[in-house]
Design a protein around this ligand. Structure first.
Ligand code: LLP
Length: 404
């Protein structure tokens, strides 16, 4: 995305033209950025050719997932709905892993019927349930056990998952017990040890710690894991400081970890694949001056993009047209929803704006649309995929009548 003749453009299309044709709020994804992200991810870890399972939760658009599949990626799913979407997008079941702390009997049964690669279990009760259903179906099921490595991911507490106080995975002691349980079951084939310590991780050191914890436990168990699933979490740069996870350092740590091991690595990246491919185009409804503030009231709200309200996340926010005006202002960008947390960001020294101008919220490809809701009976935005000068509608805008 860049300014060409002062107009913000995504690939070869200006934001202005998109808004004119498709109205606002509008999610737009760049195909070429997606391609670059996937190729970059593959290139960085190519020495051990991991199985890359795209974390569907980060973006559930079936048409986008279809494009991701064409690059050979599998999927990480956490519900029956996500599994159905992954299959609908044509992802090979043998490249699908099913994670999550509370899979229901119906979900387990469906996953078994679809012959997916792995069900990554997170408790003794869940393994027993898989065992029971597998026995009924007279099948042997490949599973993983998720270890809680008690590692601080040094990310936001809300998206941290690998510490002992988090609900995810099992501790070392339980892990040992479960390995024994699996070995004694005819219907369970223990193939994988999985971990996922959190999301938006910018420092490679928590990953190093996690790998150490995994190594330690593997050395104590007499079991060959065909797969080690390291989860996702690779952080991207949401700010101009360009701070993101250093893949090279993570790669070095994994290569060290893999010495004398024959396991294949699985990754479950979401944000690092789709985070920076998306923008959200919004129009200013009103500008409201109060004693202390200039509120820019957008037609986009927390129901369209929850991250700021939910995590205090900030997204780069840009005008669609750069002006030469000297006057700068401090603006608070908000949505029209009846909640004080319906606020995106406050920016100082922003170019002077007027009502009806277009504003672009950046890096919303991950956990943008997928976390959206119909709160305040607001229809969900349209999603577009941009490739060069081509625009494809990959999900229609909801209509009010769809919500009645
Ligand atoms: N694998 C598992 C088991 C996960 O729980 C997650 C994310 C991922 C993979 C993908 O993580 P990623 O590569 O995208 O960081 N809504 C939050 C993020 C929640 C992440 C939940 N789990 C946000 O908007 O920041």
């Amino acid at each position: 995305m860049k300014y060409i003749n002062k107009k913000l453009t995504i690939e070869k299309v200006s934001v202005q033209n998109i808004a004119k044709k498709y109205s606002t709020p509008t999610y737009c994804y760049s195909y070429n950025q997606l391609k670059e992200n996937i190729n970059n991810f593959k290139k960085n870890f190519k020495s051990f050719s991991p199985l890359i399972c795209f974390a569907i939760k980060s973006n559930t658009n079936v048409n986008l997932i279809r494009e991701i599949k064409k690059f050979g990626l599998g999927a990480d799913v956490v519900s029956m709905g996500e599994l159905m979407i992954a299959l609908k997008a044509g992802i090979n079941p043998k490249k699908i892993v099913f994670s999550g702390v509370g899979k229901t009997s119906q979900e387990i049964s469906y996953a078994i019927d679809k012959n997916i690669l792995l069900i990554n279990a997170e408790s003794k009760s869940e393994i027993k349930e898989i065992d029971r259903i597998a026995k009924l179906k007279k099948k042997q099921i490949q599973i993983g056990i998720r270890l809680n490595p008690n590692t601080d991911a040094k990310t936001l507490t809300q998206i941290s998952t690998g510490k002992k106080e988090n609900k995810f995975g099992v501790n070392n002691k339980t892990f040992f017990e479960l390995v024994t349980y699996c070995k004694n079951s005819k219907n369970i084939d223990l193939k994988c040890l999985s971990v996922h310590i959190g999301s938006q991780i910018l420092d490679h050191k928590p990953y190093e710690k996690m790998l150490k914890a995994v190594s330690k436990i593997i050395n104590k168990i007499n079991h060959k894991f065909e797969f080690i699933d390291l989860g996702g979490g690779m952080g991207i740069s949401y700010r101009d400081n360009n701070k993101k996870l250093n893949y090279k350092k993570y790669n070095v740590a994994i290569k060290k970890f893999l010495k004398n091991k024959k396991s294949r690595i699985i990754f479950e990246p979401g944000r690092s694949i789709v985070g920076n491919i998306g923008i959200l185009i919004s129009r200013i409804i009103y500008i409201k001056k109060s004693v202390r503030k200039n509120f820019v009231i957008l037609d986009t709200a927390m129901n369209d993009l929850m991250r700021p309200a939910l995590y205090g996340a900030t997204h780069k926010t840009l005008p669609s047209i750069k002006t030469n005006k000297k006057s700068k202002k401090t603006y608070e960008f908000v949505g029209p929803i009846c909640e004080s947390t319906d606020k995106f960001i406050t920016i100082k020294n922003f170019q002077e704006l007027k009502e009806k101008d277009l504003i672009v919220i950046c890096d919303v490809g991950a956990y943008g649309m997928s976390l959206s809701s119909n709160y305040n009976v607001r229809p969900k935005a349209i999603e577009l995929l941009i490739k060069g000068s081509k625009i494809k509608t990959i999900r229609k805008r909801q209509k009010h009548k769809d919500l009645m």
